[in-house]
Design a protein. Sequence first.
Length: 331
Amino acid sequence: MSNSTKIAVIGGGSWATAIVKMLSENLESVGWYMRSVYAIEHIKRNKHNPNYLSSAELNPKQLILSSDINEIVAAYDILIFAIPSAFLKTELEKLTVSLENKTIFSAIKGIVPETGLIVGEHFQQVYNVPLENIGVISGPCHAEEVAMERLSYLTIACQDPAKAKILSKAIAGRYIKTKISDDIVGTEYAAMLKNIYAIAAGIAHGLGYGDNFQAVLMSNAIREMKRYIKKVHRMKRNINNSAYLGDLLVTGYSTFSRNRMFGNMIGKGYTVKSAMMEMSMVAEGYYAVKSAYEIKQKTGTRTPIIDAVYAVLYGGKEAKDQFEKLTNKMN
Ligand SMILES: NC(=O)C1=CN([C@@H]2O[C@H](COP(=O)(O)OP(=O)(O)OC[C@H]3O[C@@H](n4cnc5c(N)ncnc54)[C@H](O)[C@@H]3O)[C@@H](O)[C@H]2O)C=CC1
Ligand SMILES: O=C(CO)COP(=O)(O)O
């Protein structure tokens, strides 16, 4: 890896911290924007992010930390965004520096709620970033397991294979394997959708459904995901690949999953507000299901799982009733 590759991470949460850790294994220096001045000072002194993924050890000597997004964006060519989608628009509004000549990789698994666009489209349409400068980092990978250096696989999707290769080389290492893909749109939609299916898995668990039903739910979820993505971006893709099915499974089954955890509380009877207050992390699927539901109404896709989660989270419907109805639509 060339030491001159200038990559910065935008965001201060678990996934941003995990990406910084992966990059630090290969690069001499990594730029890192986060809002919290306190967290920056803590990392400099104690080598750990105090708020998220605090088990990951970081080397402050390798990090160029700033709480000024413009300072980091101006100084780096490749920017990896890892801010939850619900806060992306507000964070980007702080920018006075143009993104037009930057290469943007989104590590965000969601839809920008205000525009209803997947993140790559948001950068393209709102910030005039050319399509060949936009990429996605996805795959079944929890930040917590990166911190533990457990073997993980990531998919890097970009229209320009040269850019995908640069990022792939910067991230791959002892415990990280990378794969390159040209399905940017499909990968992004899959990453957004699997969070909704993980909320469904959590709700089912919270309601007392067992492993037998969970397997049926996940089997139906991957077929629903396939139908959904085909309607928004038709191309040849193998939905069983890790970036699609793999990501769905890790989120649907792992105890680390934020979305499943959130769904589980809803299934147990928590209100949306109280479930959110219980969580110190963001469950992207909560925001995604609203936009995903609106998109599917336009495309006319059959999505019983999305419909059930939407009805519970936004329609004020009882989880028990909606999931009873859902069981009759599964096969
Ligand atoms: N955690 C993980 O294992 C993975 C997460 N992702 C994706 O990465 C993205 C970031 O998620 P996490 O790092 O898990 O989130 P997190 O829940 O660990 O961290 C939340 C982040 O949101 C920021 N935040 C909270 N309120 C904010 C506000 N009002 N304005 C701006 N920022 C605010 C916090 O400072 C923090 O940086 C999401 O799209 C997620 O789906 C993708 C793969 C793995
Ligand atoms: O996207 C992720 C893992 O691939 C993280 O989301 P969850 O925490 O809900 O699993």
